[in-house]
Design a protein around this ligand. Sequence first.
Ligand code: NDP
Length: 324
Amino acid sequence: MDTMKAIRVDVCGAAEQMSVKEVPLPQPGAGEVRVKLKACGINLIDTYHRSGLYPLSLPTGLGCEGAGLVDALGEGVDDLNKGDRVGFAMAMGAYAEAIVLPRAALVKIPAGVSDEEAAAVLLKAMTVDYLFNDTCPLTGGETVLFHAAAGGVGLIACQWAKQKGVNLIGTASTQAKCDLAVSHGAEACLLSDDPELSDKLRAHATDGFPVVYDSVGRSTYRLSLGLLAPLGTFVSFGNASGPIDAVVPGELALSGSLYFTRPTLATHMARLGWMQASADRIFGLIEAGHLTVDVNQRYPLSDVVRAHNDLEGRRTTGSSVLIP
Ligand code: NDP
């Protein structure tokens, strides 16, 4: 039987729980496509799956984002050919040499975008797309706060905000990361461990921020809450420092009749036609020169433990990919 290399997790826990296994090459069923992966995007959500914060049934593969070449077609798939370049986001099992997915989960990659760029951008930029265009639609001119501005999602947010005419004020843990965020379009970026961070952020939005995009979670929740304008929206979309323990409705009232939302990309992917429309917007921005995909870390599949340790250890900027 044909086999492939894939990352497997038998028991949730630290990065060392991941190992490369030789597993059967998956075969596409009706309506499915097998993709030979050229690059697999690494996302912080993969560490939540690995650690058990977001529970999966075990044993499991990992990895939600990737791109490569169509190499086998299931019955009834007649709008793709072997060799076509395709990408995907929010699937499961991308840390592998190949993956089988429903046709509807794939988007074609245009000529102006490389496989590696597609693997590094789709999930992260679709996240920015719904955050800026759906969760709290930004029209330009707003000043918003965005934590972890030099990360994978962060550097895309900086560029998309600039393109929309939004003043994005970022936070990051080092001056080099802050400089990177500013060079990607952030209006300003402040050190997250600055003891005067709250005052310095408030100087950028004296009446408070209309929206705070907070993917850091536990360690930034209080700060973010205190910086919102009356009727502002707290967008909690990640747990880099751990999940928020509890949201107390009375605190939202006292802080100015705030709105609190905890969105996820999965909800938007389930909307009919949204994924393809979002991919079109993203590829359009790349091809127009408004969005650069920063693949700042590359690892062979066998180095997945180091890749997760680097991401969780805050040693990365922009996007990271595994090369199978
Ligand atoms: P990043 O590349 O942004 O890496 C995470 C960053 O979080 C780190 O680089 C670090 O930046 C910051 N951070 C702050 N505190 C901590 C901490 N205690 N431990 C580790 N990192 C910390 O990751 P991604 O681009 O993959 O994802 C960014 C965020 O967006 C994640 O929280 C992720 O879960 C979320 N997300 C949510 C989605 C949704 O639909 N809800 C979809 C996609 C992503 P620094 O060193 O500057 O502090």
